[in-house]
Ligand binder design. Structure first.
Ligand code: GDP
Ligand code: IMO
Ligand code: MG
Length: 438
């Protein structure tokens, strides 16, 4: 069984919590795109983990974790995370952590280029995480990237760094920054590359063998559908494909071997960085946005930036469901809405006086559209930690059912807090069948 977990909105839907919860029932957890722009928070007892590059399954000592070929890996960030997690008592060995030989490396000049690109864009900047993600994917598509396997040959690594840096420095200097030095980069990278060597693996073959041996595989998406470079709110997106098709390419798994797709959806929406956000709470709703931000701890797990908050967008989420083929949805953060008297849900868009039911492709149009809202009553009572659907207040159940109906997909899991056990699994759902291992 191979299940893909995908963020349906603009990220931070709670993928980490759900992957951690499901990981118990699976044997292998693999990331397939992105890099340390991700921040997946997992709480286990009194310990808090923020996973950036490592799959959230790493916390389970008997699971094997994979960093797939579609990822971009900063070796420094990789070992910082490995060391941090080891300090917290999680053992991380090459037996249980495999890094694709075909994944691309993020180099120090990619970080510098991410900065210059954002500076150059000025008011139009994307608000990236400045981790070098975009420039590393540019090099990949430009066929000059340095892959993990390439870096294992010291001569090739030197050659590629020198050649790529020559070009990168032209841009870095043009924007008034100090050029980087190849010898310094190599002095920093080479020991890290050596340390990486035992982790390197033909991961697509490893995953194929695991599947043949009837192992259960979880594919952990980072970022989300609306940040997808093809399907998201371009150009305000990341540079990879978090959507379901990307899982097949980025893990090296044939599409027809994927058994199911689980969408992770928040009961409201957030966005970090710039870019259109049709249901963003208005200035007049600032107190609601602040309440949600505080109750939901809506600050970036990586950058600590306050997340922009908005209402649930059923049009955008339906688009995500269609694109990814969600079989089931895990709805997170129900408890965050406990304090609201009324809750708005966007059920359509209006543009130039006309109703539209799809997401415009152009950012300027996305900025123009006016959401059409339906307002539902809040339940104004505590749902934190509830584990049974029937124990939820009636209005909370109505809200959940309303979202499921508008998006057209079952809600198979409801999260009522950040902890593992603060979860409702809906009986007789597709999600329940995955959870119970059928
Ligand atoms: P990810 O990037 O999709 O893994 O999400 P993040 O970890 O960046 O952000 C989600 C945040 O919400 C984390 O701090 C989680 O611990 C927290 N969280 C997840 N599910 C729930 C929930 O049901 N209720 C509350 N209150 N917090 C949750
Ligand atoms: P997780 O996996 C939320 C956003 C950045 C920026 C845009 C491009 O935790 O959900 P990048 O550095 O990728 O080039 O930035 O994408 N972004 C995220 N927003 N959650 C994430 O990851 C994100 N990863 C990137 O804020 O707007
Ligand atoms: Mg996150």
């Amino acid at each position: 069984m191979i299940i893909v977990i995908i963020g349906a909105q603009w990220g931070d839907e709670g993928k980490g919590k759900v992957v951690d919860l499901l990981a118990d029932r699976f044997d292998v957890v693999s990331r397939y795109q992105g890099g340390h722009n991700a921040g997946h928070s997992v709480y286990v007892g009194d310990k808090a983990f923020v996973l950036r590059l490592l799959p959230s399954g790493i916390i389970h000592p008997d699971k094997v974790c994979v960093l797939g070929n579609g990822m971009v890996i900063d070796p420094k960030a990789f070992f910082e995370e490995v060391d941090q997690i080891t300090e917290k008592g999680v053992s991380v060995s090459p037996e249980r952590l495999k890094v694709s030989s075909r994944a691309h490396l993020i180099m120090p000049y990619h970080r510098a280029l991410d900065h210059t690109s954002e500076e150059r864009l000025g008011n139009e900047k994307i608000g990236t995480t400045l981790r070098g993600i975009g420039p590393a994917y540019e090099d990949k598509a430009g066929r000059r990237g340095i892959r993990v396997a390439d870096a294992m040959d010291p001569e090739l690594l030197k050659l590629r760094v020198e050649r790529n840096l020559e070009e990168a420095n032209r841009i870095i200097v043009l924007y008034g920054h100090q050029p980087l030095r190849a010898d310094e980069i190599l002095a920093e990278i080479s020991p890290l590359v050596e340390r990486l060597r035992p982790f390197v693996c033909e991961t697509s073959h490893f995953l194929a063998e695991a599947r043949k041996a009837s192992k259960k595989i979880l594919l952990e998406g980072a970022q989300a559908t609306l940040l997808d470079v093809d399907h998201g709110t371009y150009p305000f997106v990341t540079s990879s494909n978090p959507t379901a098709g990307g899982a097949s390419v980025g893990a090296g798994i044939p599409p027809h071997h994927i058994s199911g797709v689980l969408g992770i959806v928040r009961t409201y929406a957030t966005r970090v960085g710039e870019g259109p956000f049709p249901t963003e709470m208005l200035d007049s709703e600032e107190n609601i946005a602040n309440l949600i931000r505080e109750r939901g701890n809506e600050y970036g797990s990586v950058t600590k930036r306050p997340r922009r908050c908005g209402w649930f967008d059923a049009v955008a989420t339906k688009y995500a469901a269609e694109l990814n083929g969600f079989d089931s949805i895990a709805l997170t953060k129900l408890d965050v809405l406990d304090a609201l008297e009324e809750i708005k849900v966007c059920v359509g868009y209006q543009m130039n006086g006309e109703r539209i039911d799809t997401l415009p492709a152009v950012a300027s149009e996305l900025r123009q559209i006016e959401p059409i809202y339906e307002t539902l009553p809040g339940w104004l009572s505590d749902t934190v930690g509830i584990t049974e659907f029937d124990a939820l207040p009636e209005k909370a159940r109505d809200y959940v059912n309303f979202l499921s109906e508008k998006v057209g997909v079952e809600i198979g899991l409801i999260s009522t807090g950040p902890e593992r056990d603060q979860t409702i699994i809906i009986g007789d759902s597709t999600m329940e069948s995955w959870f119970s291992g059928n």
